[in-house]
Write a protein that binds this ligand. Structure first.
Ligand code: GLN
Length: 535
């Protein structure tokens, strides 16, 4: 424990200030100075994981290689750092209580009253130290979800206080992220909410070492002086985080503001090398100076909330930069799409993605969109449910199985081309029981996918219960509609392609979880390239 340094990131004033991006940006800078860094997120809600949450609640559910269903901030961590996370990187109140209660039932606290302090806080502290204790990291950044002062955050804040006490001031620090609102009527930036929020933190025995201030306008020296004095921090530890055009600018902004320098100073660490962000900068250069422009449609049922498809949108940014192409993503609500407006909505597109999803709502809109893309030779990328719908579309419209469907939508459907996996049929519990995490897939030669990946065998992350029903293999697949990838152990169909078309690929897995700034995903790259060629 002694060699690992800990940085805790808390938030004040309001939620949604971007703690995850600040944490990921700081980690990027420290990584650029050769430190081994990881980030973990502690979420105060009672769900054991976000797998049972609707995307409208906290945005998409991110899936790790080890099959953990996690907060979307882990996606930012992986995309920024190009390092895998795991179940250990995301802990919720539900998981903490579940494990304390299990221990109580086993008799581990026999004779004692089990309480929030010390039992819940000890469990939180154990989990906060887990990654650091592995000895793999120089620095562990821990993001505490929610806002200080919330009832449910209290055990976490108390655990942070104790961690700092255990570790010693030189081995741990607290960054508090707040909002500096701008009052248009008087043209002033206001510091009071930040003062109150820092004070709330102090009431729990924690003094912020660094304050990162989200602001729409530049902080004057006067404001910085005031914040330093009233929040009890050094002036150089008041870091401005001004609104920027892309999240990928944040590491550079934080470096200009000296966030990493102040952090290393306070932790008594010397940079192992001068900041090297060469790869990051070359990505940004391509991203900001595109030579081409395309329109990609994203059909889904949660399109009102950008965060629902976060990883897909970010994967398009990575693949767009790689192709020096600006991508205009047109969100299309699957429930508002039908035969009467499909032409009007889709004919301007250079490529179409049909998104993952659950349940019946909007699926006929997705199928209509796929028919249009297939017939009009618009590059098509179907992800998870999008792949399943592509199978149904082909079965209905080309094979003539007009009643083809998924048993997810119509449980007793007559032609279940998509059906529950055998292993899923007896499962009743909803939490953590899907086909999750990394699974291998063998690619067939001379397919779009094999060419894109340029290898024969891949592994990709999954999150679903339903599959292509191999009982319909002979009926559905023909010389045009083919299987391009299969799971070697189970024979499950992982990738379908339609040959009579410039680019038509459906994947049962989620490629979007593996795209990072430094390694854009091969299928997204190939899809963007094909969409560009289709312009
Ligand atoms: N609802 C589908 C299934 O469970 C697809 C899931 C998804 O798109 N992630 O198989």
């Amino acid at each position: 424990m002694a060699n690992t340094k800990y940085i805790f990131v808390t938030g004040g004033v309001t939620s949604s200030l971007g703690k995850g991006i600040i944490a990921a940006s700081l980690a990027k800078l420290l990584q650029g100075q050769k430190f081994k860094v990881t980030i973990q997120k502690f979420d105060p809600y009672i769900n054991v994981d976000p797998g049972t949450l609707n995307p409208y609640e906290h945005g998409e559910c991110f899936v790790t290689d080890d099959g953990a269903e996690t907060d979307l901030d882990l996606g930012h961590y992986e995309r920024f750092l190009n390092v895998n996370t795991s179940q250990a990187n995301n802990v919720t109140t539900g998981r903490v209580y579940q494990s304390v209660i299990e221990k109580e039932r086993k008799g581990e606290f026999l004779g004692k009253t089990v309480q929030v302090v010390p039992h819940i806080t000890n469990e939180i502290k154990e989990r906060m130290s887990l990654l650091g204790d592995s000895g793999e990291y120089d620095i562990v950044i821990t993001e505490i979800g929610g806002t200080v002062g919330d009832i449910e955050s209290l055990p976490y804040i108390e655990s942070v206080r104790q961690m700092i006490w255990d570790l010693g001031k030189e081995n741990a620090l607290v960054i508090h992220l707040t909002l500096i609102p701008f009052l248009a009527a008087t043209g002033e930036l206001k510091t009071k909410p930040t003062q109150h929020s820092v004070k709330t933190l102090m009431e729990s025995g924690i003094s912020a070492d660094i304050i990162v201030c989200r602001t729409e306008h530049k902080l004057t020296e006067e404001i910085k002086d005031k914040l330093a004095l009233f929040c009890n921090v050094q002036k150089e530890a008041v870091i401005q985080s001004i609104d920027v055009e892309t999240i990928y600018d944040v590491p550079l902004k934080m470096s200009e503001e000296g966030l990493n320098r102040v952090v290393l100073d306070k932790l008594n660490l010397k940079a192992k090398q001068e900041l090297n962000l060469n790869n990051w900068n070359s990505f940004l250069k391509k991203f900001k100076n595109p030579k081409h422009n395309i329109k990609i449609g994203l059909v889904g049922k949660y399109v009102e909330l950008q965060d629902s498809y976060k990883s897909i949108l970010e994967s398009l940014i990575h693949a767009g930069a790689e192709n020096e192409t600006e991508i205009d993503v047109i969100s299309i609500h699957s429930e508002h799409l039908d035969k009467s407006n499909v032409e009007e909505l889709l004919n301007c597109l250079n490529g179409l993605i049909v998104a993952p999803g659950f349940g019946e709502r909007g699926i006929e809109g997705k199928i209509t969109a796929i028919t249009y893309a297939r017939e009009n030779k618009i590059p098509f990328f179907g992800i998870c449910l999008g792949m399943q719908m592509a199978v149904i579309e082909y079965a209905r419209n080309k094979v003539g199985l007009v009643e083809a469907n998924s048993t997810e939508m119509v449980p007793n459907c007559k032609v279940p081309v998509i059906d529950l996996m055998e292993s899923q049929k007896k499962i009743i519990k909803k939490g953590g029981t899907m086909r999750l995490g990394s699974w291998d897939c063998d690619l067939n030669e001379n397919t779009i996918s094999a060419n894109a990946y340029a290898v024969n065998s891949i592994s990709e992350r999954h999150r679903h219960r339903y599959e292509f029903n191999n009982g319909y293999f002979e009926k559905v697949f023909d010389q045009d509609f083919i299987v391009a990838g299969t799971n070697p152990e189970t024979g499950l169909v992982e990738i379908i392609e339609y040959k009579n078309h410039p680019w038509f690929v459906g994947v049962q897995f989620h490629p979007e979880y593996k795209s990072t700034v430094s390694t854009p995903h091969p299928l997204f790259k190939a899809f963007v390239k094909a969409s560009l060629a289709n312009k």
